[in-house]
Design a protein around this ligand. Structure first.
Ligand SMILES: [Zn+2]
Length: 282
């Protein structure tokens, strides 16, 4: 495919690379969970736990899958990210930044430099008050470790009754220090989503971006729709409009079209972002 080699050429020639991994790359929680016996045997739907409490248990299993390295879906995606990181590094493209609208955390386990990565749609590793008492975010590792500890005990000692386990799980829920209600993970679309979770990385991304002006920059917008256009889609278009040495590579199965004003600086591809990445790293 001629346009693919043109993209590779543009990346090769660039001084700076901006990667935008869109929602297409986000792994669905239910896809991971349905492959986990630990989850399916639980039959959470039969318990009296609230939706928020159930969500914490699902996230704890997800967290376990991310850390164990044993979940095939996660490992496949992680390996794809690693291949992209290797591809950039093989061409000495060390001046890069990665923006993602995924909130599955998989990319944070890849070999991309964490100082050059921002995920404005959230992470399961931070939580905040679900009712919005404050904007402060807390780390969640201990919560997941406690929940997984309870689940592991339950599976180990089959005689433990489920009622007792459910009570223990309820006690393990993180509580807001102010309103004493169960908190929630800081993931976009949750109640009272807090921007504090990614503010610092966003600021370093913005200062990095300022230094790209009038430099040979290539931007890859991969599989991003219109759920959160202010994160990748619109800012990339804006950069393409002001930087005459920029190239925007837009890869999308449904919305690959480019507006007229930046047409000359863009390469639109009507294909899946994942398939595109698999091609370029070959
Ligand atoms: Zn609160």
């Amino acid at each position: 495919m001629e346009v693919l080699s043109k993209c590779k050429e543009k990346i090769q020639e660039a001084d700076i690379v901006l990667m935008g991994f869109g929602r297409e790359f986000n792994i669905k929680r239910e896809d991971v969970l349905k492959a986990e016996d630990k989850y399916t045997l639980l039959k959470l739907e039969e318990t009296q736990l609230t939706d928020l409490e159930k969500e914490w248990i699902e996230l704890a299993i997800m967290y376990d899958c991310l850390n164990s390295g044993k979940c095939a879906i996660i490992e496949t995606r992680k390996s794809l990210y690693n291949q992209v990181a290797d591809y950039l590094s093989s061409m000495n493209k060390n001046n890069y930044f990665v923006v993602t609208t995924c909130f599955d955390d998989v990319i944070t386990y890849s070999s991309f430099d964490k100082d050059r990565l921002v995920a404005p749609c959230g992470t399961l590793k931070l939580m905040k008050c679900d009712r919005g008492c404050f904007k402060y975010v807390y780390e969640t590792d201990k919560v997941y470790e406690n929940i997984n500890g309870i689940l592991n005990n339950y599976y180990k000692d089959g005689y433990v009754d489920k009622e007792k386990m459910v009570d223990e799980l309820r006690d393990a829920m993180p509580q807001c220090p102010m309103c004493k209600q169960v908190m929630s993970a800081n993931i976009v679309k949750s109640n009272n989503y807090s921007e504090e979770g990614y503010r610092e990385q966003w600021d370093s991304y913005m200062s990095w971006l300022q230094k790209t002006l009038n430099r040979k920059l290539v931007m890859l917008e991969l599989g991003e729709g219109f759920d959160t256009p202010t994160v990748i889609r619109w800012p990339f278009e804006k950069v393409a409009a002001v930087n005459n040495k920029a190239t925007l590579i837009r890869v999308n199965e449904k919305v690959w079209q480019i507006s007229e004003d930046i047409e000359a600086k863009a390469l639109p591809l009507n294909m899946s972002g994942i398939a595109f990445v698999e091609e370029i790293v070959k």
